[in-house]
Ligand binder design. Structure first.
Ligand code: HEM
Length: 422
């Protein structure tokens, strides 16, 4: 390989993967978090698919134009595959154990990381289970969960809508979709939080998480219901496949939808074009949310792919063994796109839900959850406004997910819809 890499001081070069050619630009860190689109512009100036440092000392490529993104996703699995066994640095033990990239990109035994017939089989189990979700009932469920969360802060006249609303709502909704008892759901949330915190007990928390998913599987085998877990079992998944598929669904559904709800609430609060019209019901909320998916997709960079054999795109040679990520955020912002920024509200040509064989199987469910969540806030919180200047809203750090650290709001205190359960 033709690179000249200066290893980071204090780290053993033997345990570092040499970067792909031509000085990779980091897609993490304070500057990236504060203004990711500035980094995407710099990257796009270098080409359609460019070398990046995904997280400290983890190297790969990032597709930053719309054409490149569609090319990669459309040629999976013919020319590019999901199978992370092809990630040379991971195979050679060069990816730091505590790396965020490792947690998001290492192999797991579920549809997200499979190719060909195995992917088709596992994905079919998911799509057939999700197809049986009653979307009217889902909207009612989300509204009920939303009201319970709002009830908890409505009398106070102020709240952090990320911690108290957009973060918990999708996870609680997923548990209802799975027919998961409350106590088991709380254990899963506790374990997921510890796994994501990546602390010393992360592997213990991961084991507890898998145990809890197995417990849910056993419960549903013995007492089937009209829920997604029961439908997955009916699709023929084994216990081990159930555990990994439940984990995939929790991870794929909850964090992106949480971030999308937070980003959507921010837009409605701060963008004069939407602030009045959406709140008055003149402009559909769905349109505002699609615009948010264009310029602030909750999964900005993901879909790690690996080149099968020698691959080039628009003259760029993609060295094998490196992950090639797709930047849904950069692709959506590609200035060569014919869709003008003003024509994005209500337009679904964005890549926020990816494309191709691994595209998100649940955009409609995600839309129902997000729209209902925003509707309940707008209906219930009179005089709802930001409680801090917009400049004090910050993005969460990270390469793979984009959301707010907090969204402090104030509103007229109101009473609960329901009496507090004792
Ligand atoms: C706004 C919310 C959501 C966004 C932005 C989103 C985005 C995405 C993206 C970009 C991918 C492709 C990942 C990759 O190829 O590596 C994906 C895959 C997936 N999503 Fe979503 N998603 C959302 C909500 C949901 C929900 C609510 C569910 C389930 C109820 C879900 C289930 C999945 C699954 C199972 C996959 C893997 C599909 C496969 O590999 O074949 N997502 N999603």
């Amino acid at each position: 390989m033709t690179t000249h890499h200066q290893p980071t001081a204090g780290h053993c070069p033997a345990h570092e993967q040499a970067p792909p050619p031509t000085g990779p630009i980091p897609i993490y860190g304070d500057a990236f978090t504060a203004d990711p689109h500035a980094t995407y512009r710099r990257l796009r100036a270098r080409g359609p698919i460019v070398p990046v440092e995904i997280s400290p000392r983890v190297y790969g490529y990032l597709a930053v134009t719309y054409r490149a993104a569609v090319y990669l996703l459309g040629n999976t699995p013919a020319r590019f595959v999901k199978d992370p066994q092809r990630w040379a640095a991971l195979r050679q033990g060069q990816v730091p154990a505590d790396s965020p990239a490792r947690m998001m990109m290492q192999p797991r035994d579920n549809a997200l990381w499979k190719d060909g017939p195995e992917h088709i089989r596992l994905r079919h189990a998911i799509t057939s289970a999700l197809a049986r979700v009653d979307t009217h009932a889902l909207a009612t469920t989300v509204a009920r969960i939303a009201d319970q969360l709002i009830d908890a802060f409505a009398p106070a006249g102020q709240a952090d809508l990320v911690a108290q609303y957009s973060d918990p709502l999708p996870m609680l909704t997923v548990f209802e979709l799975f027919g998961c008892p409350q106590e088991l759901g709380s254990r899963i949330v506790g374990a997921v939080t510890r796994v994501f915190d990546g602390g010393a007990d992360a592997s213990q928390a991961n084991a507890e998480l898998e145990d809890a998913c197995l417990e849910l599987t056993h419960l549903k085998r013995h007492r089937p219901g009209r829920d997604v877990a029961t439908h997955l079992i009916a699709a023929g998944l084994t216990d081990a496949e159930m555990v990994q598929t439940i984990l995939l669904l929790i991870g794929a559904a909850a964090p992106p939808t949480s971030n999308h709800i937070g980003n959507g609430l921010r837009r409605v609060l701060t963008d004069a074009r939407f602030a009045g019209s959406v709140r008055d019901g003149v402009r559909p909320l769905a349109d505002a949310l699609d615009e948010v998916l264009w310029d602030n997709p909750p999964v900005p960079n993901y879909s790690p792919l690996y080149a099968l054999g020698r691959q080039t795109f628009e003259g760029v040679y993609l060295e094998q063994g490196y992950p090639i990520l797709v930047s849904f955020a950069a692709a959506n912002g590609d200035p060569l796109l014919a869709v003008a920024p003003g024509a994005r509200a209500g337009n679904r040509g964005h890549l926020a839900f990816s494309a191709g064989v691994h595209a998100c199987p649940a955009p409609d469910l995600a839309r129902i959850i997000a729209e209902t969540a925003l509707e309940r806030i707008l209906d219930r919180l009179a005089g709802f406004d930001l409680d801090v200047p917009e400049t004090e809203l910050h993005n969460r750090p990270g390469t793979f997910l984009a959301g707010l650290t907090g969204l402090p709001v104030r509103f007229q205190p109101s009473t609960r819809l329901r009496p507090v359960e004792r």
